[in-house]
Write a new protein. Sequence first.
Length: 406
Amino acid sequence: MVSPFSSVKARLVKGHPAPKAPYPDTFKPILSLAAGQEAQAVISAWKGYEKTPLVSLDALAAETGVARVLYKQEAGRFGLGSFKALGGAYAVYRLLAAMIREATGATPSPQDILSGRYADLISSVTVTCATDGNHGRSVAWGAKLFGCRSVIFIHETVSEARKAAIASYGAEVIRTPGNYDDSVREAARVAAQNGWHVVSDTSYPGYTDVPRNVMQGYSVMADEAARQMAPLKPTHIFIQGGVGGLAAAVTAHFWETLGADAPTVIVVEPENAACLLESAVAGTPTAVGGDLDTIMAGLACGEPSIIAWPILAGGVSAFMAIADTAAAETMKRLASGEAGATLVGGESGVAGLAGYLTAAARSDWRDALGLNEHSVVLCFGSEGDTDPDLYTTIVGRSGRDVEASA
């Protein structure tokens, strides 16, 4: 049977990773296992925390000729529908904890903040960010959880459903002209005027501390996956791109954990927003322009995070750009149960798996990436149906109906 992914428009560019070796000390101030353990301790104290499932897609593994395909399903994370709950909310927590420490001299525990002990101080704080949907939802949720105010900026193509989901956590949502990167700049400008605190998932010159905390929160997901699959170890990880924060967190975690035995990492992006691929081609962080139009809204980013890029440049073996049709087909495959499990995967959430299926359907790409019958492939399903209307349009059934049929 000919795979429908063999005809998908796609592009593969080899990276220039460092020789297999231990995780460099120079990267540890950005992402480290020690800081990840701190994030785990904080996040696991929040009400509703539980590990998300790691699902074995055995039918898909057999179909594509590898030993295992494992899919970390983040759709249920804290009820927010995506892995972003780990990043934005954790960065809000770290920001508030630092402010309390500066004001009182005391280091608060997670329970101190959750209990309302510092409500007078926290209630005067406003956090803000720009978002394609999921990060803003996480920041808004974190603000509500800890008791501060949030103002979230969205760009002109973010759906009304995503806007409503953010507003449901009490955030003020402001729509701006232009694309995601334009909204990042507008959020920073308005925040500076009003004394608000930017909690962005991307870094830029002069702004790195908060994005580092966001990325470190994401590492909790990688640590869960590693523990859930032990003693098995991944040989390949296909991970979605965006600004690079998630990909860097996953790359760093497995690199520091496994050292010279770290897996081959492949970053996957939409063809119209492949800033990481173009950065790999140029050998330096490179922006891409235009409207960045793609159904993979969470990955519609034109400018790499400057603190994520060095880790990606040093640890990623290849970068892929795929057409929207690959994501849509993958969503349908997961919903159908043909992969070996019935799962709800959103447009951005399935990008890594879509990249794997695209690569697996091309013999020359398989050879280039070392995919064979012994390979253990790990993908992260980073979101569920966070835009329910779009999901239904693509799949032909609602996420709720898909889950009911599982």
